[in-house]
Design a protein around this ligand. Structure first.
Ligand code: GLY
Length: 321
């Protein structure tokens, strides 16, 4: 995508997390495609109706969280204790306000809670029991089934792999076994007024220790948005994003450079420091140009902007529809 100094577009770009292995199951690919299409339409329709970028990113994330098809909301992965602990955050580039939740349970749409924290409290981040209590007060807590047969099958497979190798007491070995499952979801948008926003949500990492919060809960790492710079959302190995403050890095680059440049440079830094199959990033600059980059096998993304109003879906650099 070119960086056009003269033109400005409104639009939205979402991702469904990096995949470190090729998806061979066509049903799975189809399911991801359908979910991405629905989510991006939920966001873009709001932008067309003059709604804000923050409304659009929230709507698209709600759709992905509720689908159960990604590692976020209903689809969230399991901790080593077979529980669910989710992280999410949202940021409004208009005034760089932000809200985030960590270790949240029993909430189908953690992004709604993050937005509530951003708009109705003096805080940025609430975690664990405090966040859960707030969700209960707001009527966001539910007893929906998060743990299904498929999740238990993946859990058992991961644990079996580790035990087969005699590595059950070696925490660093967990990394090699679960690194193929990263489905954090992210969304960035720019509205007709030029306001920029970002949102991200995740169940975190398979077999993570209870209490672990990843980049999706940490502003500057899993996401960043500032009308003066642009917006970015990351996916992949959260600890690395936190250590690099990757999304703030990408946004700072967009002060002078395009979204495309910022995404490539950020992933090149990630790869240089931590190797391949560690992450991906999506970016949007002040002109409404998009950037997409990842160092993994693929990263499903969907995008639409007002330039042509056409939805585009990619799994990586290969267009899938
Ligand atoms: N990127 C999601 C996580 O590491 O939790």
């Amino acid at each position: 995508m070119t960086y056009n100094e003269d033109k400005k577009y409104y639009g939205i770009l979402i991702h469904g997390g990096i995949k470190t292995k090729r998806i061979r199951n066509l049903n799975q690919t189809e399911t991801i495609k359908i979910s991405l299409k629905k989510s991006i339409c939920d966001g873009f329709n709001l932008l067309k109706e003059n709604k804000s970028a923050i409304d659009a990113v929230e709507a698209s994330i709600i759709s992905m969280e509720s689908s159960g098809n990604f590692n976020a909301g209903l689809g969230s992965c399991l901790t080593i204790d077979k529980t669910i602990e989710m992280d999410a955050s949202i940021m409004n580039g208009k005034d760089i306000s932000a809200g985030s939740v960590g270790m949240i349970k029993g909430v189908i749409n953690p992004i709604k809670l993050a937005r509530y924290i951003m708009e109705h409290t003096n805080h940025v981040m609430l975690v664990s029991d405090g966040a859960i209590n707030l969700a209960k007060q707001l009527g966001m807590f539910s007893n929906q089934i998060y743990i299904n047969k498929n999740k238990l099958r993946i859990y058992d497979k991961l644990i079996r792999n580790i035990k087969d190798k005699g590595q059950e007491n070696d925490l660093s070995s967990l990394e090699r076994h679960y690194s193929q499952y990263h489905d954090t979801v992210g969304s960035i948008a720019i509205d007709k007024k030029g306001n920029i926003a970002a949102a991200v949500s995740t169940g975190g990492r398979w077999l993570k220790l209870s209490g672990r919060i990843g980049d999706a809960g940490v502003v500057g790492s899993g996401l960043y948005a500032d009308n003066k710079l642009g917006a970015a959302c990351a996916t992949g190995h959260g600890e690395y994003m936190i250590r690099l403050a990757l999304c703030k890095y990408a946004c700072d680059l967009m002060k002078e450079k395009s979204a495309s440049f910022a995404s490539k440079k950020s992933i090149s830094l990630l790869t240089k420091r931590f190797g391949k199959n560690t992450g991906g990033i999506i970016t949007i600059d002040r002109k409404g140009n998009f950037g997409i980059s990842h160092n993994s096998e693929s990263m499903p993304v969907a995008l639409i902007n007002s330039k042509d109003g056409k939805m585009k879906l990619y799994f990586s650099n290969n267009k899938i529809e």
